[in-house]
Design a protein. Structure first.
Length: 362
């Protein structure tokens, strides 16, 4: 089949991060600093991405500000003609660094929000003083007029703060608020019981987002990611495998999604081994789950197949044991009972469940 060119690329510049959020979706085993790509290798990857058709580049991590060469990388992406979005916790973004990033052509910042109060946000981020630093950066971004999206990962501990989260987004001049209910990939799977929202919280969240979306139209746009486990149908993960976007991991592996390395039989080629165009169009990993032909009959005969493409391949593997299966979130999946069981187990263990951090809170 002929794949369309990708629209967006996520460059995971580093896995290093000052925060230690329990919902982190990066892999349990992370790439070391020594294995990270050099500046010029990233710059060449950005040029290749632009030639391939990528329009938007998300500079991510870990915390991308942990890389001293972040302004150089931003400049390289800007000069390649890419729209640059920095996905950051804000920690490490001093006024001087913001000056350098603006001069380099940074187009947009996506700032994470762990909570609306210092006690809660610092506990979730595992970093004392992090909230105060983040708010100072947010004010600096607002004063400079850099287009801002707030990204609030929501879970059982902060969903009841949604109203205040929305107010803060307006106060900080954000143009967009992502209300992203926690997804369980990577490290986050270790905190399922501690993070899972209740069904009541989920329903209240849907109502509040719909109400706020109507009330704030023209002021604040919303992206809402509902929690998978309470859904009847799966999400269209990545807009379909190898269809709209790609990721490059800190060590240069080119991935169809951020969790793709959990699929053990796939081999992912590195940007240092093969050019991006060939990896996108011709590599086995990108072609493994492209389109819908690989899906079981349950999906192929379903009217939603062109909406959700059978859901998330990584979740199908994690829950059903087969990356080519219908995502078990789907109520039509023969494995849907496994989701119900996981949900019941997590509910049972939720009472008093503590966060498991990658590193002890500071
Ligand atoms: Fe890999 Fe959904 S996270 S396909």
């Amino acid at each position: 089949m002929t794949a369309p060119p990708p629209i967006a690329m996520l460059a995971e510049l580093t896995h290093r991060c000052p925060l230690s959020c329990p919902y982190c979706s990066n892999p349990v085993k992370m790439v070391s600093r020594q294995a990270e790509l050099a500046t010029e290798v990233w710059a060449d990857a950005f040029r290749q991405a632009a030639e391939l058709g990528v329009l938007q580049l998300h500079l991510s991590g870990g915390e991308p500000a942990s890389r001293p060469d972040l302004p150089e990388l931003t400049r390289a992406a800007h000069e390649a003609g890419l729209y640059t979005n920095l996905i950051t916790s804000g920690i490490g973004l001093t006024p001087n660094r913001l000056d350098a990033l603006e001069a380099a052509g940074l187009d947009h910042i996506q700032l994470s929000l762990q909570g609306t109060r210092a006690d809660l946000a610092d506990r979730i981020g595992g970093y004392k003083g992090g909230f105060a630093r983040k708010m100072a950066v947010a004010q600096e971004i607002k004063a400079r007029g850099i287009p801002l999206t707030l990204n609030a990962v929501m879970h059982g501990h902060n969903l009841d703060d949604l109203d205040r989260t929305i107010e803060m987004a307006v106060e900080l001049g954000a143009r967009r608020l992502e209300v992203a209910c926690v997804q369980f990939h990577g490290w986050a799977t270790r905190n399922r019981a501690a993070l899972l929202p209740t069904r009541e919280q989920t329903e209240a969240t849907k109502r509040k987002v719909a109400e706020a979306e109507a009330r704030l139209r023209g002021t604040l746009a919303f992206d809402f990611v509902p929690p998978d486990y309470y859904s009847d149908f799966p999400k269209s993960c990545m807009g379909g495998w190898g269809s709209a976007g790609l990721n490059i991991a800190p060590d240069g592996k080119v991935l169809p999604c951020h969790a793709a390395e959990t699929i053990p039989h796939l081999r992912f080629e590195r940007i240092t081994e093969r050019n991006l165009r060939d990896i996108w169009y011709d590599s086995d990993a990108f072609n493994a789950y492209r389109g819908t032909d690989f899906l079981p009959e349950t999906c192929r005969s379903c009217e939603r197949v062109t909406v959700d493409f059978g859901g998330c391949r990584c979740q199908a593997l994690a829950i059903a044991g087969d990356a080519a299966a219908t995502d078990p979130i789907c109520r039509k999946s023969p494995d849907h009972h496994r989701v119900t069981t996981m949900l019941e187990d997590a509910m049972r263990d939720a009472e008093g469940a503590e966060f498991t951090y990658r590193v002890a809170p500071r």
